[in-house]
Structure formats: structure tokens, C-alpha cells
Design a protein around this ligand. Structure first.
Ligand SMILES: *[C@@H]1O[C@H](CO)[C@@H](O)[C@H](O)[C@H]1NC(C)=O
Ligand SMILES: *[C@@H]1O[C@H](CO)[C@@H](O)[C@H](O)[C@H]1NC(C)=O
Ligand SMILES: *[C@@H]1O[C@H](CO)[C@@H](O)[C@H](O)[C@H]1NC(C)=O
Length: 273
């Protein structure tokens, strides 16, 4: 549990490094981030490599085979069961450092016309609060005292296409969708975790859809990087199972522990609830 939160915190820190790196092109930043990530991955998920030195099979081929097997294991998402003890603990811990109502709501009374606010995902971008915008702001957070049994967080992956998950997603009381335009911040690896962190404030159960950083689905079919455009180059740079599994690994671990439900395959319409 503590480990989980540590990983969450470290991810948020890494995201910041990555943002700086994107914006200024620091190669130092990139190296530091990479080694931090590698260290983290090795620490949390090292698997023993067994190589038979007397074998005639070249070492690289063995490693490649093992790496493919590792990836295949990573892609398996086992059955899910909600762990209410764990979700209660995570909510309590997150509340210690994040007040979702106060920290992310733009409300009358907290600011005035003429103020400038910064976007969460792109801190260089600002928005001027005009008089007409100010008039539209609510006085209290729409999330205040709200509570939902099941929430869905919908990511950007093309895995959503033809998944048949639309109807299932719509059955959730509250659905968080976000899509980022083709800006630098699209590479920010922690959007899903950030959304999850916010959602813990008012959701009992959090189900994720459309989080899939791999170019192929579990059946080996090609997956578009985004469901809404035709970007593909991202896979070549960062989003291969080797370079970008950290967020996914974290989400998968949280799924295994019953903290959130990660949906990656097709949705079969079952009328539960
Ligand atoms: C290593 O490979 C050799 C040749 O393929 C085989 O005879 C031997 O049993 C293997 N040893 C182990 C420990 O797997
Ligand atoms: C639920 O999570 C708690 C805290 O991590 C853990 O101690 C417990 O064993 C989990 N229960 C189940 C049924 O997995
Ligand atoms: C926001 O306000 C600042 C100063 O008040 C001004 O310099 C800037 O151009 C404004 N930006 C927009 C997008 O209106």
C-alpha cells in the first residue's frame, strides 16, 4: 500500500521532469528520467533471467524470447475484485495532499475577473478570466458533496475502437473523458493516474477504459495510438512495452490489488447491477 503511493508520487515527479525535458529539450533531463525509471522498474519488477551459458542458442535470442514472454504476461489482465479496504485507505491518503474540490475547481469567490489561471496539463498556457467568463463560474464546486458508486475514466487509446465498450461505459454514474490535442503534453505519462487521483475523491469504484500503451492488442491486432486521430509515430519513440510501461504497470498492479478496474479487452454486455 505504502509502496503503491510511493510509486504514485514518484510518477508525478517523473512527469514533471518529463515535462521540463519536453519543453526545453534537456538531454540531461532525459537521461536522469530514464535512469530513474529504469531503477524504479528494476526495483519493483525485476524478474530473474535464467540463461544457460552452455547452450548453443545465442544469448540474444534467449533474451528476446524471455522479453516477449514477459510482455505477454504483462498484457494479461486477470479477473478483478474490488478491495474496499484498500480503496478506503487510498482515498484517505490522497485527501491528505489533494483537495479535489478546492485544488481543481474554478469558482467565483476564489478569483476575480482579470485574474490569470494556468492549465493543469500545460502550465505555460494561461487563461484570462474575462468578465463574461467570471459570470459563468459557479459559486460552489459542482462536485461538492457528490458521491458516485461507479465512475469510468476513459483514456485515449485506439483499443477503444471496436471494443464494444461504449454502452458499458455509459452505465457508469460518472464518466471522465479527456482528450489532449497534438501538443507536447500528450506524452505526459501520468494523465490516467492524475484522473484516478481526482476520481478517488468522489467515486467508490473506478473503472478505466482506453489505457493501452502497446501497438498490438491482446490478440495481436494493430491498435491505433489514439482512437480519434491517426497518430502512430508515438509507438516508435516512447510507447513501446520497453519504454512506456510504467504507468500501465502501475495501473495493472492497482488492478491486481483491487484498487481500480482496468478494462483492456472487448466489453461483453452483461446486465449486472
Ligand atoms: C544447457 O544446455 C545444454 C545444451 O542445450 C543442455 O544439455 C543442458 O541440460 C542445459 N542446462 C540447463 C541447466 O538447462
Ligand atoms: C485488500 O487490501 C488490503 C490492503 O492492501 C490487504 O491487506 C488485503 O489483503 C486485501 N484484501 C483482499 C481480499 O485482497
Ligand atoms: C491576458 O492578460 C494579459 C495581461 O492582463 C495580457 O497581456 C494577455 O495578452 C492576455 N491574454 C489573452 C489570451 O487575452
Amino acid at each position: 500500500m505504502f509502496g503503491l503511493l510511493t510509486v504514485l508520487a514518484i510518477l508525478l515527479i517523473l512527469a514533471d521532469i518529463s515535462q521540463v525535458e519536453m519543453e526545453f529539450g534537456f538531454s540531461e533531463g532525459r537521461r536522469a528520467m530514464k535512469s530513474a525509471k529504469d531503477a524504479l522498474q528494476n526495483k519493483c519488477c525485476r524478474e530473474e533471467m535464467i540463461t544457460n551459458t552452455s547452450s548453443a542458442v545465442p544469448r540474444e535470442r534467449i533474451e528476446r524470447k524471455e522479453s516477449i514472454q514477459r510482455q505477454a504476461r504483462l498484457l494479461e489482465i486477470p479477473e478483478w475484485k474490488l478491495n474496499t479496504t484498500l480503496t478506503a485507505r487510498i482515498r484517505k491518503d490522497i485527501l491528505k495532499f489533494l483537495d479535489a474540490e478546492k485544488d481543481i475547481s474554478v469558482l467565483k469567490g476564489r478569483l476575480k475577473a482579470g485574474d490569470i489561471i494556468h492549465y493543469i496539463f500545460d502550465r505555460d498556457r494561461t487563461l484570462n478570466i474575462s468578465h463574461s467568463l467570471y459570470e459563468l463560474l459557479p459559486r460552489t464546486s459542482p462536485m461538492k458533496n457528490k458521491h458516485f458508486k461507479q465512475c469510468a475514466i476513459v483514456g485515449n487509446s485506439g483499443i477503444l475502437l471496436n471494443s464494444g465498450c461504449g454502452q458499458e461505459i455509459d452505465t457508469h454514474e460518472f464518466v471522465i473523458r479527456y482528450w489532449l490535442t497534438n501538443r507536447v503534453l500528450i506524452k505526459r505519462p501520468t494523465t490516467g493516474l492524475l484522473m484516478y487521483t481526482l476520481a478517488t475523491r468522489f467515486c467508490d469504484e473506478i473503472h478505466l477504459y482506453g489505457f493501452w500503451p502497446f501497438p498490438k492488442d491482446q490478440k495481436g491486432n494493430a491498435v491505433k495510438y489514439h482512437y480519434y486521430d491517426s497518430l502512430t509515430y508515438e509507438y516508435n519513440s516512447r510507447a513501446t512495452p520497453h519504454t512506456m510501461p510504467l504507468e500501465f504497470k502501475t495501473l495493472r498492479n492497482m488492478h491486481l490489488q483491487g484498487a481500480l478496474k482496468l478494462n483492456v479487452g472487448e466489453c461483453k454486455l452483461t446486465t449486472q447491477s
